[in-house]
Design a protein around this ligand. Structure first.
Ligand code: NAD
Length: 509
């Protein structure tokens, strides 16, 4: 199903400008960067990109602010995040508009992304009163052994287009609560939402009396991101994006003994066992595979189905795919918005051609849509392809709505297929058999950072730690104890005995 009417670029430009004005942000019009919308594929504004000298000054300012911020009591730091959360609530609709205009997300997902920002602010307010260390039993009498967590420094946040503001907030809210300051280099595809978030944080900082330079924004391409990668004043580089980007960033940060937190590509799979509730599975699979037009790092890309249920499930999925409304993401009936660029569409069509050449059978979708109405945009029907083997193309992440269906006979075989890819982000099993579910979650089961039962691979809550293994990079962000990556740990030994006793009974002097 395709909805044929798209808004005009001028209308989208006005909508973006109005949202930014309500937020209090202005567009630094200039050259070097362009804001565009994937809804029509056309440009909205020309923007001034950050110069290398301005990037240098921003890191210096954030470092200076860190020297004050690190000694501000953590619960007072939390006040900044409480105020930011309030401003995000107040402007949820404006921010969601910008997410839709720039990233092409449908309305409910754009609102959901802003909700994640609000939720992580709430989390960070609580966290600001819980940055606790442990006391450890000392082997020596009259000694106390403890650990203390201290702010780390400037955190460089590099983010991807597909979660243009939530990923920023996961990093920034936690880093600020931890006493760090942040310099953010967002995706070159999403400068407007970045300007809006930066403005709201600046407003919150002014209102609570926090240093303005606790947060700085750099606009530009990977060359500007590289400034953060190479600067020794940036203690932690938290980089979200493709594995290709992580391969470039990780070793460069390591070469200067900096810390990096990498959140890279996924190639997520779900196993569907014979006992699965197929009604629930179909809903979970279609959302995970086609939601956000297949452009989530946790998007479901491989379905590993027991042979006994494969034909039944595939028939139901094909029917559901045929009814997915593709089109204007502002239209409340649309479920699949545009891909970010025609390059992303080419990547999908190329993967489809490669897998079909290897014998893959296209079961549904895969056709470009709205090419006449918007030749520079990239609307496509989500595709479902049945394959007999996990070939190289299936083992790659194609960042588009392309779901491969494989079949299995034994759970061991399913898990071998599941884990037989270079990435390790998200995973799930649909089953009503508790033994199978527990096996999937065990050390012999899924090798991913996220492993779910009876729910799809996408749509994580902020309360848990988010991230994955292998080529996904190993980083963890957001909830649980992910905050520790943003702090440095000191181990303290305090001798209150009045005499010196050395550890391990060593005697000296
Ligand atoms: P991308 O790798 O093209 O760009 C991501 C960011 O990295 C951008 O800001 C870009 O300018 C910057 N960058 C690229 N090369 C760089 C370099 N050498 N030095 C410094 N900065 C550099 O990714 P994208 O197309 O924007 O996003 C899609 C990818 O991101 C997918 O692979 C997706 O799986 C991944 N992703 C992962 C997560 C996660 O949490 N694991 C979340 C969202 C997206």
């Amino acid at each position: 199903m395709t909805r044929t009417v798209l808004p005009a670029t001028a209308e989208l430009r006005d909508r973006a400008r109005a949202g930014l004005e309500r937020i209090g942000a202005s567009v630094p019009e200039g050259s070097g960067l362009r804001a565009r919308t994937p809804i029509t594929g056309e440009d909205l504004f020309g923007l001034a990109a950050t110069t290398p000298a301005a990037a240098e000054a921003a890191v210096a300012a954030a470092h200076e602010a860190f020297l004050t911020w690190r000694t501000t009591p953590a619960p007072r730091r939390g006040e900044l995040l409480r105020r930011l959360g309030e401003l995000l609530r107040e402007h949820q609709g404006d921010l969601a508009d910008l997410v839709t205009v720039e990233a092409g997300k449908i309305r409910s997902e754009a609102l959901g992304e802003v909700q994640e920002m609000i939720d992580i602010c709430d989390f960070a307010v609580g966290l600001s009163r819980q940055l606790y260390g442990r006391t450890i039993a000392s082997e020596r009498p009259g000694h106390r052994l403890a650990e203390t967590w201290h702010p780390l420094g400037v955190v460089g946040v590099i983010s991807a287009f597909n979660f243009p503001c939530a990923v920023w907030s996961w990093n920034t809210a936690v880093a600020l609560a931890c006493g760090d300051t942040v310099v953010w280099k967002p995706s070159e595809f999403t400068p407007l939402i970045s300007l809006a978030c930066d403005r709201l944080l600046a407003r919150a900082a002014d209102e609570v009396g926090a240093p303005r330079d606790v947060h700085r924004l750099l606009l530009g391409g990977h060359d500007i991101g590289e400034r953060l990668v190479d600067d020794p004043r940036v203690a932690l580089v938290s980089a979200t994006g493709s594995t290709r980007m992580g391969r470039a960033v990780g070793p460069r940060v390591a070469a200067r003994f900096g810390r990096s937190l990498l959140e890279l590509g996924g190639n997520n799979a779900a196993v569907v066992a014979p006992s699965a509730d197929l009604d629930l599975a179909v809903q979970g699979i279609v959302f995970a595979a086609a939601g956000t037009a297949g452009q989530r790092c946790t998007t479901l890309r491989r379905l590993i189905v027991h042979r006994d249920v494969a034909d039944r499930l595939v028939a139901r999925l094909s029917a559901a795919y045929a009814k997915l409304p593709v089109g204007d993401p502002f239209d409340p009936d649309t479920l699949v918005g545009p891909l970010i660029s025609t390059g992303a569409l080419d990547g999908m069509l190329d993967a489809l051609a490669r897998v079909q050449a290897l014998g893959g059978r296209l079961l549904a979708g895969g056709q470009r849509r709205l090419a006449d109405a918007a030749p520079q945009a990239a609307f496509v029907e989500p595709a479902l392809v049945r394959v007999d083997e996990q070939s190289d193309v299936v083992r790659e992440e194609t960042f588009a709505p392309l779901l491969y269906v494989l079949t299995y006979d034994t759970l061991e075989e399913a898990i071998a297929l599941h884990n037989g890819v270079p990435q390790g982000l998200s995973s799930s099993i649909f089953t009503r058999d508790q033994q199978e579910a527990e096996f999937f979650l065990s050390a012999e089961g899924s090798d991913c950072g996220i492993a779910n039962v009876n729910i799809g691979t996408s749509g994580a809550e902020i309360g848990g730690a988010f991230g994955g293994e292998k080529e996904t990079g190993g980083g963890r962000e957001s909830g649980s104890d992910a905050w520790r990556a943003y702090m440095r740990r000191a181990t303290n030994t305090v001798n209150y005995s009045g005499r010196l006793s050395l550890a391990q009974n060593v005697s000296f002097l």
